[in-house]
Design a binder for this molecule. Structure first.
Ligand SMILES: NC(=O)C1=CN([C@@H]2O[C@H](COP(=O)(O)OP(=O)(O)OC[C@H]3O[C@@H](n4cnc5c(N)ncnc54)[C@H](O)[C@@H]3O)[C@@H](O)[C@H]2O)C=CC1
Ligand SMILES: N[C@@H](CC=O)C(=O)O
Ligand code: NA
Length: 438
């Protein structure tokens, strides 16, 4: 057995406290798996004024810098950009390997951090940063490195899946369910990152960079959150055989000379309607699922717990074992720079499929006025459904639900803009994209 490896933990919240308890509770197992004993040298916290169950107070310190300076492995689970970024850089520069769960940081500074790890000849691992316990970073980085990934479609945010699932299954109110997701440790410190789609967007940026070997940053990802998903939209989706899920979509866009399309990458996050029979519709609670399509492998599906202290700690502990093994064996380890320079394709150029719910005047000629608007933009309609409730009948109104065929996003968004100006349209109740339809 070689020298003990000193592991410094930065942060002792939902994830950090679980990582600490596991490292302290199963030392023989970690030693057996790595060939070195892993010694938790300290845990950086913001303040020392409260007890943490199962964690000796003597390990806690408010001096993160001193802890980092004296570590072989640094585990960053404090979140946020600073001081996490500086601490990770100084750990790497001093020759420590780093394990982090910080997707927000990686999506903004991943290129810099990966290069710093390479320059220092150490490792930077981040399996926990995407889809919690699900092994997806390493499969993309290693197992699929010889293939060509074409598309990733995923539910990668546990909090919003938990919220949408409860709204769908129990008709719960949004705020109530968010509070529950926070109590269960799924939500980010600032849950707007979950609700507004930024957490999923950070994960989409990381997945795209890994899958397409080209740098994709948070700002490159089109993002829409779930704030506008009303109980009525959830109900309407259910009636029509759909369920609403927040999806992260990462696509390699092929060149299309006829359409003047240059090759590139599209990364986007939005709530979408999924047919109830689709495998993603069955992803319940805080679970995540990631579908990967690759040219040689075909379709692969990864499924598991995407959030919470224990599941996330599983991915972090796996990374700790991996970097500890590398330290025991010696050598530089892998380096997977994103060397490609594919352009980021704006959402406007991407073909999508719309599902629009309109409140219209219930009188003759309305349907043709509405469908003319779609035709004028070259958007073909797949189905139209009209319903009139008793109240609507009394008020001379009707509901029109229109599904389109796939069309370029700019034409679809333009159509919805034109519908707003149409005198027979009282209101556009909901506009959602459909994904995963046959
Ligand atoms: N909770 C989850 O399900 C998952 C979380 N993550 C990521 O893991 C990281 C940690 O998440 P959680 O444990 O849920 O957050 P948390 O908010 O429960 O814990 C973070 C802890 O770090 C401490 N901290 C923050 N800044 C600090 C500083 N400068 N010095 C010392 N301590 C500091 C906070 O006081 C807090 O106790 C985040 O990057 C998050 O995005 C990743 C996957 C899943
Ligand atoms: N807040 C995140 C935690 C895991 O990444 C989520 O809800 O998925
Ligand atoms: Na993961």
């Amino acid at each position: 057995m070689t020298q003990p490896l000193r592991v410094a933990l930065l942060g002792c919240g939902v994830v950090g406290s679980e990582v600490a308890r596991q490292l302290l509770g199963r030392p023989e197992e970690f030693a057996a798996r790595t060939g070195a004993s892993l010694e938790l040298s300290g845990i950086a916290v913001r303040s020392l004024d409260r007890e943490r169950p199962g964690i000796p107070a003597g390990l806690l310190t408010t001096d993160a810098r001193a802890l980092v300076a004296d570590a072989d492995i640094v585990v960053e689970v404090m979140g946020g950009i600073e001081p996490a970024r500086s601490l990770i850089l100084s750990a790497l520069e001093s020759g420590a390997s780093v394990v982090t769960a910080n997707k927000a940081l990686l999506a903004q500074h991943g290129t810099e951090l990966i290069k710093a790890a390479h320059d220092a000849g150490v490792r930077l691992e981040y399996e926990a940063a995407v889809a919690g316990a699900i092994p997806i970073v390493r499969p993309l980085d290693d197992s699929l490195a010889g293939d060509r990934v074409t598309r990733i479609l995923g539910i990668v945010n546990g909090t919003t899946n938990f919220i949408l699932d409860k709204m769908d299954a129990e008709g719960s109110a949004f705020d109530e369910v968010l509070a529950e997701a926070q109590e269960l440790g799924y939500a980010e410190a600032d849950p707007t990152a979950d609700v507004d789609g930024h957490d999923a967007a950070a994960k989409a940026a990381i997945l795209s960079s890994l899958a397409f070997h080209t740098p994709v940053q948070l700002d490159d990802v089109h993002v829409e959150g779930i704030r506008d998903v009303s109980p009525q939209s959830v109900e309407l989706a259910r009636e029509q055989g759909y369920v609403i899920k927040l999806l992260a979509i990462c696509e390699r866009v092929a060149a299309d000379d006829a359409a003047g399309m240059e090759p590139g990458v599209s990364a986007r996050v939005y709530p979408a309607l999924i047919p109830r029979g689709h495998a993603l519709a069955a992803v319940r609670g805080a679970y995540n699922a990631v579908f990967v399509q690759a040219e040689q492998a075909g379709s692969l599906m990864f499924y598991g717990q995407g959030a919470g202290g224990a599941p996330t700690s599983s991915a972090i502990l796996g990374d700790i074992v991996s970097v500890a093994r590398r330290r025991v064996l010696g050598g530089r380890g892998k380096y997977s720079p994103a060397t490609g320079r594919l352009r980021i394709v704006p959402l406007d150029e991407i073909p999508t499929q719309y599902h629009v719910t309109l409140d219209v005047a219930d009188k003759s000629g309305v349907l043709s006025r509405v469908t003319e608007v779609f035709a004028a933009r070259g958007v073909s309609i797949e189905s139209v459904r009209q319903t009139v409730s008793e109240q609507e009948a009394a008020e001379g109104r009707a509901t029109l639900v229109i599904s389109t065929h796939r069309s370029v996003e700019s034409a679809l968004a333009g159509t919805v803009g034109d519908l707003k100006d149409l005198d027979v349209v009282n209101d556009i109740r909901a506009t959602l994209r459909i994904e995963g339809a046959a």
